[in-house]
Ligand binder design. Structure first.
Ligand SMILES: C[S@@+](CC[C@H](N)C(=O)[O-])C[C@H]1O[C@@H](n2cnc3c(N)ncnc32)[C@H](O)[C@@H]1O
Length: 289
């Protein structure tokens, strides 16, 4: 009975302290995102939902920018993953970008894991206060018309690592790591989740440029666990507008897996080769090569 008012009081006090020290300057100082034509012109529910979220300071700079989101969506439309896991949902911006691609593909589910703790102003990383990011994410995803492509999990990512395989129908095809950005937490996420990714599957790290984004966890993972490792292929991409950066990592496939086969790309070989391909697949399965 006493706990809730006290909690509310503490939060109110925090907001008041913030307002007295920052006024509206914090929100005004939040970097704005230009909405590219590709998002601005789209008449879909999800595009409208994203435009509305981007219009508020909550998404800046914590969420994927429109340009980064467009890149992610485009990658997923090309890769056609069945199973996506996202660490770090926040209010659902990246989740909506991912789910929009799965919807376009006509298949796939994204499991998004977040603590969903109240967001308190912590400039320059966040300038707004939000009591219940879980409710906000749920509502945003619903407004986007994509609830059927998304499962939200309110949990620490480390705690979900042993639970998530039981909720999936197969290994993870695409993993986005965008949760704890400190070295310890980011390494832990990478170590716990990369074994769950399929051969030939992808891992994306957000915020890889510490001098631009202020976080050093993702860079540490790249430099110490991925670069120079035969287990991973790596490409680092500059991103707009602030070059917080994205890394795309791939677990090489020892042999053709789900992500390397025709059904993923929906490309059928010419009919003369189909029988041969099937026969070869059959022999390969028997010989286990
Ligand atoms: C940068 S935000 C994610 C932004 C989101 N991907 C987007 O583009 O909209 C980071 C999120 O990670 C969550 N987070 C931090 N540490 C976590 C942990 N140990 N387990 C789960 N979520 C965590 C925070 O609650 C926060 O919502």
């Amino acid at each position: 009975m006493i706990k809730r008012p006290l909690k509310r009081l503490a939060k109110k006090a925090l907001i008041n302290v913030y307002k007295s020290t920052h006024g509206d300057a914090g929100a005004a100082a939040a970097p704005t995102y230009d909405i590219p034509e590709t998002l601005g012109q789209l008449q879909t529910k999800w595009a409208g939902a994203l435009r509305d979220i981007y219009a508020t300071p909550i998404a800046r700079p914590a969420s994927l920018s429109p340009a980064q989101g467009g890149l992610l969506r485009s990658l997923l439309i090309n890769i056609r993953p069945a199973t996506v896991v996202e660490l770090g949902c926040f209010v659902g911006v990246s989740t909506i970008w991912i789910a929009s691609a799965l919807e376009e593909n006509g298949e796939g589910i994204v499991h998004s894991i977040d603590l969903f703790d109240p967001v308190v102003p912590n400039p320059p990383f966040s300038t707004t206060y939000l009591e219940d990011p879980y409710e906000a994410a749920l509502k945003n995803i619903e407004t986007a018309g994509l609830s059927h492509r998304v499962e939200l999990h309110k949990s620490a990512s480390a705690d979900m690592a042993s639970v998530i395989p039981r909720l999936l129908t197969g290994p993870i095809d695409f993993l986005l790591i965008d949760a704890d950005h400190e070295i310890k937490g980011c390494v832990e996420d990478f170590e716990l989740y990369h074994p769950l990714v399929a051969d030939g599957g992808y891992i994306m790290l957000h915020d890889i440029n510490p001098d631009k984004c202020g976080w050093d966890g993702p860079r540490f993972v790249i430099d110490n666990h991925i670069k120079n490792s035969a287990d991973f292929e790596l490409i680092e991409l500059p991103t707009s507008p602030h070059n917080h950066g994205i890394a795309l990592i791939r677990k090489p496939a020892p042999r053709a897996g789900r992500l390397d086969t025709g059904p993923i790309n929906k490309v059928e070989p010419p009919s003369a080769f189909r029988g041969l391909n099937r026969a070869w697949g059959f022999v390969r399965n028997i010989l286990n090569v």
